[in-house]
Design a protein around this ligand. Structure first.
Ligand code: ATP
Length: 148
């Protein structure tokens, strides 16, 4: 799924370098259409909020811990980043960070993408963690339960 999404992204994203580092793979139960949509929301945001020439990297790695077997997927960009004070709020419906940086990217939106993505994640027991630094970039970590 990730390979397919990234291949299609590479075709349309001419101004960014896009790389998939797939260390492992595995099988999950889920709804293909909505899980694909979830990945697209995160990756479209990376494209929108990363200036031309930026880098978008997706890494997948199998991890096993006391809670079970998971695929950890890290979707990283080196774009404008999100201020600490906004990092939880961006998952709320209609919330958009309103700064000159965001405006400089010239992107408009509804502020719904991340709330839809987090709803899809919740339906699939996927945990989302966001790490971001203003001016440096954003990484979304997804912990996806695998079928053992
Ligand atoms: P739409 O859902 O219509 O595309 P949106 O992109 O504004 O609109 P969300 O996807 O919910 O909506 O994102 C909310 C806000 O979080 C964005 O407006 C942006 O300020 C910030 N944001 C999301 N992803 C990133 C990212 N990768 N880098 C920097 N800021 C981001």
């Amino acid at each position: 799924l990730l390979e397919d999404i990234m291949r299609k992204m590479q075709l349309v994203t001419k101004n960014h370098s896009v790389e998939l580092l797939q260390n492992d793979d595995g099988m999950m139960y889920g709804d293909l259409v909505t899980v694909r949509q979830m990945f697209r929301i995160f990756l479209d945001n990376s494209t929108k909020y990363t200036p031309q020439g930026g880098r978008i990297t997706v890494k997948s790695e199998r991890v096993e811990n006391e809670d079970g077997l998971f695929m950890q997927v890290a979707l990283a960009d080196n774009g404008i980043g999100i201020d600490k004070k906004d990092q939880q709020k961006v998952f709320e419906r209609f919330y958009r960070v309103d700064t000159s940086r965001t405006k400089a990217q010239g992107v408009s939106g509804t502020g719904l993408g991340l709330s839809i993505a987090s709803w899809i994640a919740q339906q699939h027991d996927i945990e989302i963690r966001l790490e971001s630094e203003l001016g440096k970039g954003t990484t979304i970590y997804l912990q996806i339960p695998l079928v053992s």
